[in-house]
Design a protein around this ligand. Structure first.
Ligand code: SF4
Ligand code: SF4
Length: 409
């Protein structure tokens, strides 16, 4: 009876309305599979005062996100969070502090809206250090989070890549930012980007920053650089040395934290293949366009293929959502027989897409690092949870077989 009523009503719909109804049913099904949305990545500003040579973002049309867009993005998060009580908002850029006026109004607004729905928001903001102020640091402190500073190491390493728009070095200004952070924040964290040119000096750059009193480290490679096999070998070697320095400094009483090392060594051995981009997390640009993650921006092909919709009209690109959800092992090109696959998240999907034309085709750099980290984890595992030791070279599919030419790996 009910079905025949529905059928009769469907027949009365215009073709456009039928199409829209089908889209909504499909979207509801995909969102149910995706699970709750728990993280919002807000591109609060696509402007920047720096021109780092490894930056993937085109800052020529830099824009600040209006408060109204941020509020609408929050509506989306709160409406899609299901039963999740703990939500995350990443204030991203560009340089997010170039839109500090909006941020200082948005944070209290978002927290009070979330609290009214019995939710809590954890915040994250990484700055280039050029626009730090006591106000910004105290705002973060009052809302329970620390600002993270982008700094690559010693002046020579840092200034080789991180310069102003007019080509001036930025290290002295970043030091002033660090001084403010240490004065008003206390615990300081650094985001280090490593390039093929700096991978060999990573241990000394790490030691230098530890010596400056930095407590927490996120170290990641320049994914779009040209990494040769010799660079990857050197980078792996450097990571081992950094891990050794880290443990030795901690043993000596230094307050340090590196999640990349701790998680490998504590418990976090199993990984779901693929990250939460586009499913548990969504990126909103200053105009209110939706993307799986900021890393899909700044590249014409990935922006076009993975534009997901707008805050105004909701999710439109259901094909992209479907692809991001599809984590079957049978479509992971090159990973099916890899013995690390249960401990590997398969590379950044955006980087995979840019380098290989498929989010499921792991890029060589991430693949190599996944194996290296698995191997570092093996070294440090307590006996009780020890997994069979897998030599780095002893893999079913050597990373070289991922399709790159020898000189490009
Ligand atoms: S500070 Fe960040 S956003 Fe600015 S140019 Fe450097 S990498 Fe790009
Ligand atoms: S280590 Fe490489 S081949 Fe193995 S699952 Fe990860 S990306 Fe795939």
């Amino acid at each position: 009876m009910l079905l025949s009523t529905i059928e009769r009503n469907i027949e009365r719909l215009s073709p456009a309305d039928r199409e829209e109804m089908a889209r909504r049913i499909r979207l509801a099904e995909l969102r149910a599979r995706a699970g709750p949305l728990t993280q919002l990545e807000l591109m609060v500003s696509t402007k920047c005062s720096m021109r780092c040579d490894y930056c993937w973002l085109d800052k020529r049309d830099g824009r600040n996100m209006p408060l109204a867009v941020a509020k609408k993005a929050l509506d989306l998060l709160l409406a899609s969070a299901g039963d999740s009580k703990q939500l995350t908002v990443v204030l991203f850029g560009g340089e997010p502090l170039l839109n500090f006026g909006m941020i200082r109004r948005f944070i209290p607004y978002a927290e009070s809206r979330a609290a009214a729905m019995e939710r809590e928001i954890g915040w994250s903001l990484t700055t280039n250090g050029l626009h730090l102020s006591k106000d910004a640091i105290l705002l973060a402190r009052d809302h329970g989070f620390n600002l993270l500073l982008s700094i690559d190491g010693q002046p020579g390493t840092h200034d080789a890549h991180r310069r102003t728009a007019s080509g001036q070095p930025t290290f002295p200004a970043v030091m002033r930012g660090l001084d403010l952070l240490q004065r008003y924040q206390g615990w300081t964290g650094a985001r280090m980007t490593v390039t093929p040119a700096s991978c060999r000096s990573l241990p000394e750059n790490f030691r230098f920053l530890v010596g400056l009193g930095i407590n927490q480290f996120i170290i990641g490679p320049d994914n779009d650089a040209r990494w040769r096999r010799a660079d990857l070998d050197a980078y792996s070697q450097s990571w081992r040395e950094v891990t050794r320095i880290y443990h030795s400094e901690k043993a000596g009483g230094r307050a340090l934290r590196m999640n990349a090392v701790e998680q490998r060594e504590e418990k976090d051995l199993e990984h779901v293949w693929g990250c939460g981009a586009g499913t548990a997390s969504i990126c909103v640009d200053p105009a209110g366009d939706l993307y799986p993650c900021s890393r899909f921006l700044g590249n014409e092909a990935s922006e076009k293929a993975f534009w997901m919709g707008t805050l105004q009209d909701g999710f439109r690109n259901l094909g992209a959502l479907h692809d991001l959800l599809d984590r079957r092992v049978t479509i992971r090109h090159g990973c099916m027989r890899c013995r690390y696959r249960s401990r590997c998240s398969g590379g950044c999907p955006a980087t995979n897409y840019r380098h290989r034309g498929s989010i499921y085709w792991a890029n060589a750099l991430d693949c190599r690092l996944a194996r290296e980290f698995a191997s570092i984890g093996d070294d440090a595992l307590p006996r009780a949870v020890h997994l069979p030791r897998v030599a780095f070279e002893d893999t079913a599919i050597p990373y070289i077989d991922l399709g790159l030419r020898e000189e490009e790996t």
